[in-house]
Design a protein around this ligand. Structure first.
Ligand code: DLL
Length: 435
């Protein structure tokens, strides 16, 4: 049995004790939100629910859901539950202003978030003897700051690398003998391949573990990364709305991620009817943050399709486990760790004077996402001069990069060359087979 706990009492708490703790926190949290977030109070009033109706977790289903559309409506301060003077940080998702989620944190929120990440690092075998290389993006994205904070809490020597500059990643990794790597699985695979090309064998690489998440990845990819880097690869899940990485993390059993359910209560619902489904059912994952102060979301619909399990885990943790997300209920793509909605591409095309006749093609070549956008030229823009076409492609790619934060390769096609569909247009061809 594993002794790798960061907060053993919580991580191995009995189901009854956990439910009691969650119930106490929920009652307090609902009062806090009702009193301080007029937006959510209105939703509760519309449903005819008051804080007095919520006596424990068994009453959670009475509360209204929150969706990404609510976050957009309430942007930027409408869901804030603490005065700005008490907030010390924001983090945000990638995307346009319209899609952007801005999450606020008090110092206590940051502290609890970092605890969640510390649990993940310890579950991956991390101690204060480790050198933890954080190669998630730093800045508004939650990956870098979250794992950085967790790594400090564990007492690892933290290398705040951020993503990119692979040569430098390898240099620091080898010179400083990094033992834990935190980044997206696709970047881990890319680092692995580069190391291999440079002649490194798994036994020459100092790493022992990796904590990879922020995008879907398969068991095949896990095996591939584990073999190339000579490590054990652990999954980690989270979203900006609930604070970031560390909502759930994998233990040595590697059969799903333990949800930090003392902070985030998980439900699975039928995405069509909103009905709560029993354990083991596949449906949309919904989270309630039980003790976040500044940005506490109640019954937030993640759009991730998932399954929960309370099967006993050999690591000794009693925290409920979530399977790897099995897709989404919306059309969001995650390309190189960045959230991309087809509607964003459409917005750029219309702004730049194109018709919305396009197709996004995503693939994974050598473990790296490729991102192509095929766009029809309009009759007005049509030209057969190569230099003009190249210039137009470049300018469109730049406009998309500004909108999305990542660079697509844009191909202009002759008018009417993208097949018209009789039903829904096929806007996305995802060849990565991630689930
Ligand atoms: O991706 C937070 C994060 C950072 C998680 C670093 C793990 C590691 P967002 O950018 O808001 O936040 O994207 C959240 O990414 O709803 C899922 O669809 C997807 N996602 C996150 N982790 C995983 C994972 C961060 N382990 C969205 N497997 C979520 C599959 C994941 N999908």
């Amino acid at each position: 049995m594993s002794k790798n706990y960061y907060q053993q009492e919580i991580e191995t708490m009995s189901a009854e004790e956990m439910r009691k703790l969650q119930s106490e926190k929920l009652v307090k949290q609902v009062k806090h939100v009702y009193e301080n977030v007029p937006y959510y109070r209105n939703l509760m009033d519309e449903k005819g629910v008051t804080p007095d109706d919520i006596k424990g977790i068994e009453d959670l289903h009475k509360l209204p859901f929150l969706t990404k559309a609510d976050l957009r409506d309430a942007y930027p301060y409408g869901l804030l539950a603490k005065p700005l003077e008490e907030c010390v940080r924001i983090q945000s998702t990638s995307g346009t202003t319209g899609r952007r989620v801005v999450a606020f944190y008090t110092q206590n929120d940051v502290n609890l978030w970092e605890d969640c990440c510390a649990r993940a690092i310890v579950a991956a075998g991390g101690t204060n003897k480790d050198v933890c290389q954080v190669a998630y993006g730093y800045g508004l994205f939650t990956g870098g700051p979250g794992l950085n904070g967790g790594s400090h809490k564990v007492g690892c020597l933290t290398l705040p690398m951020s993503s990119g500059n692979t040569e430098r990643q390898i240099q620091f990794m080898t010179d400083l003998s990094a033992t834990i790597l935190c980044c997206t699985p696709s970047y881990a695979a890319y680092i692995g391949e580069t190391l291999k090309e440079q002649g490194y064998k798994p036994e020459d690489i100092p790493l022992k573990a990796g904590i990879f998440g922020a995008e879907p990845w398969t068991e095949e990819m896990r095996r591939n990364i584990e073999e190339t880097l000579g490590i054990k690869a652990y999954d980690i899940y989270g979203l900006t709305e609930t604070s970031g990485p560390g909502v759930a993390f994998e233990c040595e059993e590697q059969t799903g991620m333990h949800v930090n359910e003392d902070h985030f209560y998980a439900e699975i619902i039928d995405p069509e009817t909103g009905e709560v489904l029993p354990e083991g059912s596949k449906g949309e994952l919904v989270f309630t943050s039980l003790d976040k102060e500044a940005f506490p979301l109640l019954r937030y619909r993640t759009r991730d399709i998932c399954v929960l399990s309370r099967k006993k885990c050999s690591c000794g943790r009693t925290l409920v486990k979530m399977a790897k997300p099995m897709g989404r209920t919306d059309d969001m793509l995650i390309i190189r760790g960045v959230n991309v909605f087809p509607s964003q591409i459409e917005t750029v095309l219309l702004k730049e004077g194109y018709e919305p006749n396009y197709q996004i093609v995503v693939d994974r070549v050598k473990n790296n996402d490729t991102f192509e956008v095929n766009v029809e030229m309009t009759n007005e823009k049509f030209t057969d001069k190569l230099s003009e076409i190249i210039a137009m492609e470049k300018s469109l790619a730049n406009a998309m990069k500004t909108m999305l934060g990542i660079n697509p390769s844009v191909h202009l096609l002759a008018p009417k060359s993208i097949a018209r569909s009789e039903g829904k247009a096929v806007r996305v061809v995802d060849k990565r087979k991630l689930v």
